[in-house]
Design a protein around this ligand. Sequence first.
Ligand SMILES: [Zn+2]
Length: 209
Amino acid sequence: MALITHERGSVLVDAGQSPGHAREIRAALTAAGLPEPRWLVYTHHHWDHVWGACAWPGVQIVGHLAGERLLRAEAARPWSHRYLREQVRAEPRLGPSFRARALAMDSWDDFAVLPPTRTFTDELELPTGVRLRHVGGRHAPDSTVVLVPDSGVMLLGDCFYPPPWHLRQDGDAPDLALVRRLLDDRYHWYVSSHADPMTLDEARAAVQG
Ligand SMILES: [Zn+2]
């Protein structure tokens, strides 16, 4: 997750993996005296990026159109620990993802999967100057990178990761060519969702093919 603070309202990038996780982050933002998020941007529709959304009141949720369609379907599923167990029994490849969801969720009360309320297809600029650029790719069709020009930071989400485990095929690997295309001298930091931030030089070295 990332928070881009701004006097017009902060931009929160990804919601947290559960309402409980989101509430912890919210408490930390309040304790740090940071402004409440006004926009919540999804880097993509995967559960660990969006399941906390229902614990962020008053935000406009912004996401790519392809993710909105997928999240509508996700929102209609009868999520519970029992449902997760049944789904894994029917399709064992779902195990790693669904077991992680079961561990992340301590209560399903008031839980809802929230599709974005504002969608875009190619690019969108928020009033704070934060820019969203759809890149798609094998990890998720709605993968979006978030550009913060005045900080020189590019938030990559999971865009270059291989597909999730239950969809992975032989030969799937990180899409380094996608990252190479994104590298830009005006951006000094490259931050993916599940790894330490990299400087431009580190990112260049990491994607050299
Ligand atoms: Zn993902």
